[in-house]
Design a protein around this ligand. Sequence first.
Ligand SMILES: Nc1ncnc2c1ncn2[C@@H]1O[C@H](COP(=O)(O)OP(=O)(O)OP(=O)(O)O)[C@@H](O)[C@H]1O
Ligand SMILES: [Mg+2]
Length: 254
Amino acid sequence: MSKTVAFHLQKGGVGKTTISGTLACQSALEGHKTLVIDCDPQGNLSSWFLKDPPKYELSDVLQGRCYVGNAIVVAPELENLSILPTFGIGGTLKNYSETKLAEEPFILQDLVKEVSEEYEHIILDLSPGLGRLERSALIASDEIVTPMTPEVFSLDGLEIFIDELAKLKKNMRAAVKHNKIIINSYDERIRQHRDIFSAAESSGRFLVYRIPVDPLFRKAQEAGRIPQLYKVRGRGMKNATQQAIMDLDSCIWR
Ligand SMILES: Nc1ncnc2c1ncn2[C@@H]1O[C@H](COP(=O)(O)OP(=O)(O)OP(=O)(O)O)[C@@H](O)[C@H]1O
Ligand SMILES: [Mg+2]
């Protein structure tokens, strides 16, 4: 059975794209047919994995300009990883979400249903915020996992998200699971990071995961490569990062 997951918090720069992309690679490396739908008008995930802008993108599918199968592309290094891309230049997804999406809030849910026969694991990468596009993507998901950075206001941001998500689920009658958070860019040596992790865990409301701070992520993104396979001067991802990604992968898809 297929499962769809979105990694989301309304805050920018918390690692949504890094985690979406890395977990999609992990799922594909483990042999699962995996699709990432790039729902971010900035198109960061697409430009990370794809060198050339493909002929069609997500907004073409949403506007009926092509079949979904014509827009999906296989990632160059991983045959189990496919991407339904978005290219930021031109802003077609942004235009669509500001105009026509209001009339069809369930369009992403329908799209996910359409591809779920073919892909075991589907990941949605969203832009920051909680606008129409993000809401449509959230209700298209089976599960939302929230990444956050270990900063002073991060737990406040999480409370706002929980509140907004409850309203969205009620209004749209959506049964989306939300019981996991990820403290990203975690550094055990920093007391504030340890305190935020403890506070999140002791609330008892979430399963709390940590992804270590690891410069390999940025380097792999700059090089357009799969983080798990990329090495700089013989050095790849830290062992602790690899372990955290594998643990998260097994908890999310089991
Ligand atoms: N665990 C990590 N260790 C080190 N750097 C990280 C880590 N996670 C993310 N980064 C870096 O932080 C930056 C922001 O990450 P990312 O683009 O994934 O955030 P985002 O939430 O998707 O941002 P946006 O809200 O703009 O979509 C990137 O440069 C990325 O390489
Ligand atoms: Mg992003």
